[in-house]
Every structure is written in structure tokens, then in C-alpha cells.
Design a protein around this ligand. Structure first.
Ligand code: BGC
Length: 749
């Protein structure tokens, strides 16, 4: 009874402190920033130092999903009650979210609501293709929609904060986290970062279906040495600014409310204690106004990095670098008061850090209704049929046709199909890494999708082998199934558990057990279509020799089977294009299209000259270049016109190109535009993507696509370290991929 009375009283106080109805709103109907600042200050005046540190603390309850080392067990309920926790990470069940929130609101002194965060990176309930797959769609509309749906489902589940988009450029397929990003290119990566932030956050954070985004991992986490996760990052500031910074910048400019500091060091200083990154670049240059959360335990890991003697010193480093929230290791709450007492951190700094966190909570409307996210009543917002169709569209647009000898695809619909391989009948394997609150039971398997499209009786299934091991009798059964069919669809690749964090590999070949299966099946002489299931580029030289066609399906998400059926049947003409180069073999890594030229460029691939930048026994060219992808039709390019052959610095360049669907089927093409700065004050990449457009063309139809290259698109980190444009001559190419041949020229005066 006593508790009940206290609860009622506290709730009443909270309501009195933060009445929404009284909150003045701006013209756009949102609570104004001025009003938010006022409410933050009112609340801050009531807070003790410890409570402020509490707002800077994110804990992982034992009921949460484990996404890192488990650390000390703790009773988070006690921390919440004492006002020593501002946020919880990865709570698994929706009802637990409500329960924890109830404790925060009813049983802590000030009733400050918790912010619940989770990695909802490619879907929440409905799972979309893994991000590298999504990026291969080059379709900003479908990517933004996927984020919007993920946000709506997360909000309905109780999560108001996602740790996405991952804006880490990476050129190294050994690094498993490439599956979470958008590939190797800063221009495409920036467009995707913007689309995702808009998708998650919408126009109004206080809307019940929007959530806050978190730009990660700041910074340059995608460039660990040798592709080994968490490893040292060492690059020049110039390289960082030219290639790695742009997508983070784009996400910040799109209004992302939070940023995550990364695990890695950068120029020998761990990012989480790196004031240059977090203050000078992020806040002073990019103008970031939200709050920074660390990656998991990243404060304390500065002790392992060897730049702090203990957790206390690590906390001081992070706070001083302008980190607002400490994820999991709780060093802020453990040592914050001591640090202030010892005058190593000022209370003013803590106030600033806390203010920025509280402002975001106010913007989300959490104080007005702490239970607006989640709750039983919102369960009917999951798996909406129209959203499932978006997932299907995203999945089929993500698939990339890599090889199609003799136009074996699309199937003509009369064949008997043998679906073979370890991923053919697994919902789980469709979901990939970081699958939000996805349920494998809801995933449409390849088998289900094909049977629905082609008839149950026309599609057989045989597992053949496990991803890394043979199954007794598996190959024999698969061979029998192949003999009995007209065509084999063979799933090969890497399982979900080889995607995402802590999945670095030194081989990107298809595991031997699967190759043995391919050998056995191919020996039947039946046509073989490999369905490549993977979250990273792979070396598939062996497979392309043995198979007739290769369709890169990725881990395609909840609607994988339907999307696959759409593509192999020809109901949907594949239009996916690689956003990351597929190397010829691992020895070429890192290999990407936007390399520098060097002083001894290998201009003629057939040259036998020795003293060139080349390998002795391997070509420089990758297996599949950036932007590559086949279609069931063909596209021809002509009439490349530079409409502004001479412009002044600061003026845009306009280029147009005619693209014609020269084949017999309707289909979409991703028209790509590349430039090269011929002579500059620093060495420049041989090509850089500066425009792209997806166009749908009926068979025989032509369209002229016009591109505008903005002055800022031509800016780079010049010799004087200014990020700006330079005068000079440029080549420009438009076409199907990064090897586009149609060339023009322009001059910036
Ligand atoms: C990952 C982050 C993730 C965090 C929370 C870390 O291990 O690096 O990307 O957001 O865990 O789950």
C-alpha cells in the first residue's frame, strides 16, 4: 500500500513537472528546442551528481541479448531505482521493457524514463536483407522504407533507439562486419546513410512510429588492419577525410540524434577517448548536436588498449573527449563522482553531457508518455502485409546476378527443380546477423518460395551437406535429386553466424564440404544455378567454373523465398549491383575500384612489363568490379554529353547520357557516373562515383539521364588540408558499372 501511494505520488509529481499540454509548440507542431532546453534545465536543477551520471550510463540487463563480453553480473533494477541508469541495452522481451520502464518512472526519485536501445539494423520483426545486400539495390527509396518499417516495428516493440546506420566504409571482405555496412564507396554510402536516418527518424522524433538513429562506429572502424575485427586502424587524416568520413558526415547532416564511438584506435588514440574525433571533427566541424554513446565496454577497453591505467582514468578520458553515455561497463557511474571530487572532470562537463542526453529523451516525447513505445496494444503493428511486400521488394532488388551462361535464368517455368544445399530450407539462415527481433519461423525459405511459385510437386529439396561438414549420404541424395530434375538450384556460401561482429576470416572461399557437394551435383551434367548466400564478397572462382549461373542472394531476410522465386522465374528482372568489389582471390584484398593510380600504373592488363604496380601471377582486376550486376536484358549506352564542358569553381557540372534497353525484357538499370580529377595537388582515385540513378526501361525503350555533379562532390582534402574543390581537367564516364567506357571531359576553371 505504502509503495502504491509512493508510486501514485511520484507519477503525479512527474506529470506536474512535465505537462505536455502546457508545452509551447513551434509552428510545425513540435515542441520547440527552446522549450526542450527549459525543461532540461528545470529537471537538471533537481538532479544530484550521481543522478546525472546515471543518465550517462547504459546497462545490459541479464534478460538482454548478449552482443559482447558479458562482464560483471548486476541487478539493473537496483541501478534503475537509484537513478543510476539512463538507458538499457538489448532487452529481449517487450514486456520486460515495460517492466523496467515502470521501475524507472515509479520507483526512482525523479522518475526519469529510460531509453531502450537495440541493434535494429536491417529490420525488427520483419527482417530485410543484410545491409550490404540492401546497399546492392542502389534504391534509396526502398532502403528508406526499410528503415521506416524497422522504426515503426521497433517503436511498437518498445525500442526508441537503434544503433544504425553503420556508416563504416570497408574495402576488406575478411572483416565480417562488411555485412552491416554499405560497401566500399563514400558517395553511395553517404546516400544510404541519409536514407536510413530519414527512415528511422522521419520528420518528428515525437511521432510514436519514429525512433532515433545512431551513426556508428565513429570512426573508421571499417579499416582494421588485416580485416581482423577490433584491430588497429592507422590511416592518414587525408585518407580518413576523403574516403571514410563522408558517410558519417551525411548521417550527421541528415539529423542523426546520436553517434557511437568505435572500439578501434585511430592514429594511436582509441576513438572513445579521442577528442580530435569526437569534439573537433564531430562537433566542431560536422556540427553534431546530439549525444555520443560508446560502443560496448569501449570505455573500459581503453585500459586494454594501454592508454588508461584503470577504469577511472578511462572514464576521465572518455568524458573529456565528449562521450555522453557509457555502454555497459559502467565506469562513468563507478568513478564519476570521484573524478569530480578530484577535479579531474568538472561538474560543468557532466552537466553538459547529461543535458545532451536529456534533450534527446525530451525530443522523443519520453517524458510526456514513458510508455508510448511498446506495450501489448501495439503488437498488431508487426508484420503488416504491406510492409512484408516492401521486404520482398527489397530482397529481390538486392539480389545480384553474377553469371548467367547461355541465359539459363530465368527458368521457363516448366522445369522440375532440385533445390539443393545447406541454406535451401532454413528460415534461420535467411535472417543474417543482427536480426533485430526477427523470428526465423516467419521467414519464407527458398524452398517454400519456390514451391509456392512453381508448384510443390515441381520442386524437390535435398540438404546435401552442412555449411562446414558433409552429411552421411547427403551427397548421394543430392545427386539423386539432381538426376531427377531438369535444373539444380544449389545454395552455397557462408552461414549467418559468419556475418557481423567478430567474424573475421582469412579465407573467403566456399567451404570445402560445399565444394564437394557442388562437384558431385555438377558431375550429373544437369545445369547448375548457384544461389550464393553470404554477407560478404567471396572468392567464387571455383564455383563460376563449375556452375552455369550464380545469383548472389545474400541473407535475404523474412521474404527471402518469395524474392528468390520472383527473380529465378523472371517475374522480376534482377537489377542489383555490387556495392563492394568481389576479389579474384584473397591476396588482392583490399581491392576496390577507387584506388589510386600510383607512379607505375598497370594501364594495359595484358602488359608483361615488370616494374609496374602489379602481381607476378595474378591480374590486378577483381572478379567482379564495383557496380557490377547482370540483368535478363541488356542495356546500351550512347550520347554521353557534358552539358557544361567548362565551369568555374563553385559551379555544378551537368552531364547526360542515353541508356537503351536493347534486350527483350523490361528491366531496371542503375546508371552510374564516375569522374577522375586528372591533375590535382594530391593523388586522386582512378575513378570516383559521383552520381547514379535507377531507371526502369521497357524492352526497346530509351531514356536520357541527366546528372548534376555539385561542387561539393568534387571537393577533397587538398594538399593544404582544406576540404575543397580545385580547378583542373576531369574525365567523366557513364555506364553500367565502374568499368564504364563511355567517356567525356570537363574543366573546372
Ligand atoms: C557492436 C555495436 C553494437 C553494440 C550494442 C557492439 O559489440 O560493435 O555495433 O551496436 O555492440 O549491441
Amino acid at each position: 500500500m505504502k509503495l502504491f501511494l509512493k508510486t501514485v505520488l511520484l507519477s503525479a509529481i512527474v506529470c506536474l513537472c512535465y505537462p505536455l499540454s502546457a508545452a509551447p509548440k513551434s509552428d510545425d507542431g513540435k515542441v520547440s528546442e527552446k522549450e526542450i532546453a527549459r525543461r532540461v534545465e528545470t529537471l537538471m536543477k533537481k538532479m544530484t551528481l550521481r543522478e546525472k551520471l546515471g543518465q550517462l550510463t547504459q546497462l545490459r540487463p541479464s534478460t538482454g541479448t548478449v552482443t559482447g563480453p558479458s562482464g560483471e553480473p548486476m541487478v539493473v533494477e537496483d541501478f534503475i531505482r537509484e537513478g543510476c541508469c539512463g538507458s538499457l541495452l538489448s532487452v529481449r522481451k517487450s514486456e520486460d521493457i515495460t517492466r523496467y520502464q515502470r521501475i524507472a518512472v515509479d520507483s526512482s526519485r525523479l522518475g526519469i524514463p529510460l531509453l531502450f536501445g537495440k541493434d535494429i539494423i536491417h529490420g525488427c520483426r520483419i527482417v530485410f536483407p543484410e545491409n550490404l545486400g540492401l546497399s546492392s539495390s542502389w534504391d534509396m527509396d526502398v532502403i528508406e522504407k526499410s528503415a521506416r518499417i524497422a522504426a515503426a516495428e521497433s517503436a511498437a516493440y518498445g525500442i526508441a533507439w537503434t544503433f544504425s546506420p553503420m556508416c563504416d566504409i570497408s574495402t576488406d571482405p575478411r572483416w565480417g562486419r562488411v555485412s552491416e555496412g554499405s560497401g566500399e564507396d563514400p558517395y553511395l554510402g553517404s546516400a544510404i546513410a541519409r536514407a536510413m536516418v530519414h527512415g528511422y527518424q522521419g520528420d518528428d522524433l515525437a511521432d510514436k512510429s519514429t525512433i532515433i538513429a545512431c551513426v556508428k562506429h565513429f570512426a573508421a572502424y571499417g579499416a582494421p588492419q588485416a580485416g581482423r575485427d577490433y584491430h588497429t586502424v592507422d590511416m592518414s587524416e587525408r585518407m580518413f577525410r576523403d574516403r571514410y568520413l563522408p558517410p558519417y558526415r551525411a548521417a550527421v547532416e541528415a539529423g542523426a540524434a546520436t553517434v557511437m564511438s568505435s572500439f578501434n584506435d585511430f592514429d594511436a588514440i582509441p576513438a572513445t577517448g579521442n577528442k580530435w574525433l569526437l569534439q573537433t571533427v564531430l562537433r566542431d566541424e560536422l556540427g553534431f548536436k546530439g549525444f555520443v554513446v560508446t560502443d560496448y565496454n569501449a570505455v573500459h577497453e581503453m585500459v586494454e588498449h594501454g592508454v588508461a591505467a584503470d577504469g577511472k582514468e578511462a572514464a576521465a578520458l572518455a568524458m573529456d573527449a565528449h562521450v555522453n553515455m557509457d555502454m555497459v561497463d559502467s565506469d562513468f557511474i563507478k568513478y564519476g563522482e570521484e573524478l569530480v571530487r578530484e577535479k579531474r572532470i568538472s561538474e560543468k562537463t557532466i552537466d553538459m553531457l547529461c543535458r545532451e542526453v536529456l534533450a534527446v529523451k525530451f525530443r522523443l516525447g519520453l517524458f510526456d508518455d514513458p510508455f508510448r513505445y511498446g506495450g501489448k496494444a501495439r503488437e498488431n503493428e508487426f508484420y503488416l502485409p504491406e510492409n512484408m511486400e516492401v521486404a520482398r521488394d527489397a530482397a529481390r532488388k538486392s539480389m545480384v546476378l553474377l553469371q548467367n551462361n547461355d541465359d539459363i535464368l530465368p527458368l521457363n517455368g516448366t522445369e522440375r527443380i532440385a533445390l539443393i544445399g545447406p541454406y535451401g530450407n532454413s528460415g534461420d539462415e535467411m535472417l543474417g546477423a543482427w536480426r533485430g527481433y526477427g523470428e526465423s519461423s516467419r521467414a519464407v525459405t527458398f524452398l517454400a518460395g519456390l514451391q509456392e511459385r512453381f508448384g510443390r510437386e515441381n520442386v524437390s529439396f535435398s540438404e546435401g551437406c552442412k555449411p562446414f561438414a558433409a552429411i552421411e549420404g547427403g551427397a548421394d541424395a543430392a545427386v539423386a535429386a539432381a538426376r531427377d530434375a531438369d535444373v539444380v538450384l544449389l545454395t552455397l556460401g557462408l552461414p549467418s553466424k559468419c556475418s557481423g561482429e567478430a567474424t573475421s576470416l582469412t579465407s573467403i572461399e566456399v567451404p570445402q564440404a560445399q565444394r564437394d557437394l557442388l562437384d558431385a551435383v555438377a558431375a550429373t551434367g544437369k545445369p547448375v544455378v548457384v544461389l550464393l548466400v553470404t554477407g560478404r564478397p567471396m572468392d567464387i572462382g571455383y564455383e563460376t567454373e563449375k556452375a552455369d549461373a550464380v545469383l548472389l542472394t545474400w541473407h535475404a531476410g523474412t521474404m527471402a523465398g518469395k524474392a528468390l522465386a520472383d527473380v529465378v522465374s523472371g517475374d522480376f528482372n534482377p537489377s542489383g549491383r555490387l556495392s563492394m568489389t568481389f576479389p579474384l582471390n584473397i591476396g588482392q584484398v583490399p581491392v576496390h575500384y577507387n584506388m589510386k593510380r600510383t607512379g607505375r600504373p598497370m594501364l594495359d592488363p595484358a602488359s608483361r612489363a615488370k616494374y609496374l604496380s602489379r602481381y607476378m601471377f595474378t591480374p590486378n582486376e577483381p572478379r567482379y568490379c564495383f557496380g557490377y550486376g547482370l540483368s535478363y536484358t541488356t542495356f546500351d549506352y550512347s550520347d554521353l554529353k557534358v552539358l557544361t564542358p567548362e565551369v568555374a569553381v563553385g559551379e555544378p557540372v551537368k552531364v547526360s547520357v542515353k541508356v537503351t534497353n536493347s534486350g527483350k525484357r523490361d528491366g531496371a538499370e542503375v546508371v552510374q557516373l564516375y569522374i577522375r580529377d586528372l591533375v590535382a595537388s594530391t593523388t586522386r582515385p582512378v575513378r570516383e562515383l559521383k552520381g547514379f540513378e535507377r531507371v526502369f526501361l521497357k524492352a526497346g525503350e530509351s531514356k536520357t539521364v541527366e546528372f548534376v555533379i555539385r561542387p561539393e562532390d568534387m571537393a577533397f582534402c587538398r594538399r593544404d588540408m582544406k576540404f575543397a574543390q580545385e580547378a583542373g581537367d576531369f574525365h567523366v564516364w557513364a555506364g553500367h558499372d565502374s568499368n564504364a567506357e563511355l567517356q567525356g571531359m570537363f574543366t573546372v576553371k
